[in-house]
Design a binder for this molecule. Sequence first.
Ligand code: MN
Length: 203
Amino acid sequence: MFVQYPLPYAFDALAPHIDALTVETHYGKHHAAYTAAFNKAAEDAGLADKTAEEILTSLDSVSDPALKNALRNNGGGFYNHNLYFEQLSPTPASAPTGKLAEAIDSAFGSFDVLKEKLSAASVGQFGSGWGWLVADASGKLSIISTANQDTPITLGLTPIVAVDVWEHAYYLGYKNLRAAYVKELFAVIDWNVAAHRYEDAIS
Ligand code: MN
């Protein structure tokens, strides 16, 4: 049974950057719906004993197209939102340290350049989707975007930071101003969580 990451902060804890109703709706309605639908699809596909990672990295083994689609969309929705909510904090580390900081300098030149590029990729994603800082198997960092609920692990990449740019992530607080939301989201991203993800990825 797939369970949503339990939020260690209150719905209003990320305000004014992300407002309480947005967090409550995003987590309690959207993420909850993906999770419920993923559980049903995994059950229907006989995959309920697998991990989300196992399912999302072997979608091609599911022959029924509708079931494969349900696992891809709802499994991605479940998994991506766990990453998203886990990396947010009312008291975030505002910059990475250690191996992640070194890898960022090596790949992008500086943390500021990384933030600019991740922001641009996220804002520029056409339609619903995600911007990502990811690591490949060698630990090399890059920035990608994915459509809908497609997730980097399906592409063989490890997600380090997840930027949700579906309208449901910002419309209540920022209306159509996606760039304003992404800028404020950076104020609540905990780079300690990102650094731990990176260390796990290269260990
Ligand atoms: Mn979302």
